[in-house]
Structures are given as structure tokens and as C-alpha cells.
Design a protein. Structure first.
Length: 104
């Protein structure tokens, strides 16, 4: 099944609110920064299938590279201000990937 309702928030019948959307994006990014801590990967989300507390995922699609790119993109577009420096962390993720690849 392409869409699993139990894994997603249900749609709500509310009007679009740009300020609310910006606030939600900022809150997600802030939580993402806090959750990173001093590492270069993030823990699994409770609804994801991972079992290890520190997944090795570093790729664009399912890992730290994609998260860092997205955060950097949002910052460059003026949507958020970041405390972390994605370019520096992307270099660390790349080095970690070379040492221990998590994809083929």
C-alpha cells in the first residue's frame, strides 16, 4: 500500500495559514537541531521500522545528508535560522559514509 493511514497525520479541515506553516517549519527544524546533539545522524522516529537507537543512515534519501541539505535549503531561502552549520556536518557525514557505507 502506498499510503498507510496509521503512519500519517489525518487531514484537517482548516484554512491555509502561512504564519502557522512557517511556525511549524521552524519548530520542526529546531527539534531536528536539538535531536542531533553532537552526532551526525538522527535517531529513528517512533513510527519508523529501525531498531537501533543510532541508525547509520547517511544518504540523501534516508539519512543525515538529506536532512542537512533540507535544513540548509530552508536557511538559504530565509525560512529558518540555524545554529548548526550543515556544510561542515555534510563533510563529516561524507567521511563517515566513506569509512562505513550504509547503501550500495
Amino acid at each position: 500500500m502506498l499510503f498507510e493511514p496509521a503512519r500519517h497525520e489525518p487531514l484537517r479541515d482548516i484554512d491555509w495559514d502561512a504564519a502557522r506553516a512557517r511556525a511549524a517549519i521552524a519548530a520542526i527544524v529546531e527539534e531536528t537541531e536539538v535531536t542531533l546533539g553532537t552526532g551526525i545522524t538522527w535517531p529513528w522516529h517512533a513510527l519508523d521500522e529501525g531498531k537501533d537507537p543510532e541508525p547509520p543512515h547517511k544518504s540523501i534519501y534516508l539519512g543525515a545528508s538529506g536532512v542537512l541539505w533540507a535544513m540548509w535549503y530552508l536557511q538559504r531561502g530565509g525560512a529558518v535560522s540555524l545554529r548548526i552549520k550543515p556544510p561542515d556536518l555534510i563533510d563529516r557525514v561524507y567521511e563517515s559514509y566513506l569509512a562505513q557505507p550504509d547503501t550500495g
